[in-house]
Design a protein around this ligand. Structure first.
Ligand SMILES: Cc1ncc(COP(=O)(O)O)c(C=O)c1O
Length: 393
């Protein structure tokens, strides 16, 4: 074939991607081994039945045609109402644009604020696609780690130290994947101050906003931030709809108008019947409370089981769909730990270092399994952690 563009080849540079343990665990499960998969962040349950019924009704109701580029009006109204609740700032439909999932909202946000050669700051540990999303825009970025011993909270001094003359944006994610950290108001205020002072965009990934366990604080709601914040949102986690591919971006109306041009040349609108089902799910909050309660209960079960364990401690793990366990006292090399845990106890987890340096010495455990499975995994972890030390000795 003729040479592909540097742009497309550069999005995912080849090599190790950090998912090796997950891929192997999956292959062993497919081959019939009794593997507990705690490496992936997709619900173990179906989309709420009311949402499915709304979609069936919509598809039977001849909603089979092109839709307005920024989203059907009813969907935009529902998204704006959800953004008002999420960010604490009155949001109109002209301040939101529907996208095929949170990832597409993230892509749109990065494309919208960074030119080729511009620089951004990415607060780590971060969601795995972030570096590739910047590569796709031809932008560079500096990773600023949040220390585990500080509960993975962002530190303003470290961010200030990473600023460059061509820095245009800071990307954060709270509640956080992979750490489960929920950024405090105080730390978000410090971040907001940097953005105002240096005239930066804040890209705020809030796809786990309903799974935070307490009050959700969006930096868009802080003084002077609505004009410089783009909030990435999604129905994947909050509404149990990962496979439906529906998300949205919230920001200043002028930016949303510009972003509509990106839809003109990419998605050209979204499926009509899915848009209507999503509008109904947002209006009625189908499944939101139940899903949040389910993850909160699972988190409690897992953390209770882990708390008494020798040499395993918890950092972050306040919200989202994951907990982060510090296993460095057992084995400082988290990849080695994850491989040995898979081999000996048939449990697949993610090595923390897959998500950056700050999470090294940790494993990320997904809560996307029922409580009895999480309890069994905790038992295996206890057995593994105690016998591992004996063998090492
Ligand atoms: C932090 C974060 N942002 C964005 C996404 C993308 O979600 P989706 O594209 O399914 O809406 C995910 C998915 O796991 C995530 O964890």
């Amino acid at each position: 074939m003729p040479r592909p563009s540097k742009r497309i080849s550069g999005i995912v540079p080849s090599g190790k991607d950090g998912w090796e343990v997950h891929t192997e665990a999956w292959a062993r499960k497919e081959a019939g081994q009794d593997i507990i998969m705690l490496s992936v962040g997709d619900h173990d349950f179906d989309t709420p039945s009311q949402t499915i019924e709304a979609c069936v009704t919509a598809v039977r109701g001849s909603n089979h045609h092109y839709t307005p580029l920024p989203g059907v009006p009813r969907l935009r109204r529902a998204m704006a109402a959800a953004s008002t609740a999420c960010t604490g700032i009155e949001t109109g439909p002209d301040q939101v644009i529907a996208t095929p999932g949170g990832q597409a909202a993230l892509y749109a946000a990065v494309q919208a604020v960074l030119d080729q050669g511009d620089h951004a700051i990415v607060v780590a540990p971060y969601y795995a696609t972030y570096p590739n999303t910047f590569s796709a825009a031809g932008a560079s970025f500096t990773v600023v780690e949040t220390p585990a011993e500080d509960g993975f909270q962002p530190r303003a001094d470290r961010i200030r130290a990473a600023l460059k003359p061509n820095t245009r944006a800071i990307l954060i994610n709270t509640p956080n994947n992979p750490t489960g950290a929920v950024y405090s108001r105080e730390r978000l205020e410090e971040l907001a101050e940097i953005c105002r002072e240096h005239d930066l965009w804040l890209l705020s990934d809030e796809v786990y906003w309903t799974l935070g366990g307490g009050e959700h604080i969006s930096p868009r709601g802080l003084p002077g931030m609505a004009e410089r914040t783009l909030v990435i949102n999604s129905m994947s986690k909050s509404h149990g709809m990962t496979g439906w591919r529906m998300g949205w971006l919230t920001g200043p109306a002028e930016m949303i108008t510009l972003l509509t041009n990106l839809n003109l040349v990419t998605t050209y609108g979204l499926p009509a019947f899915i848009s209507i089902a999503c509008a109904e799910a947002l209006e009625n909050r189908y499944g939101v409370k139940e899903i949040a309660e389910r993850y909160a209960a699972r988190r409690t079960v897992l953390l209770d089981a882990v708390r008494g364990m020798n040499n395993v401690s918890v950092h972050g793990s306040e919200g989202g769909m994951y907990v982060m366990l510090d296993i460095s006292a057992v084995e400082p090399d988290d990849e080695k730990f994850a491989w040995a845990f898979l081999d000996k106890e048939n449990v697949g987890v993610m090595p923390g270092s897959s998500f950056g340096h700050a999470a090294a010495g940790h494993i990320r455990i997904s809560l996307c399994q029922p409580e009895p499975v999480l309890k069994e995994a905790a038992l295996r972890l206890r057995r593994f952690a105690s016998s591992y030390r004996r063998e090492a000795a």
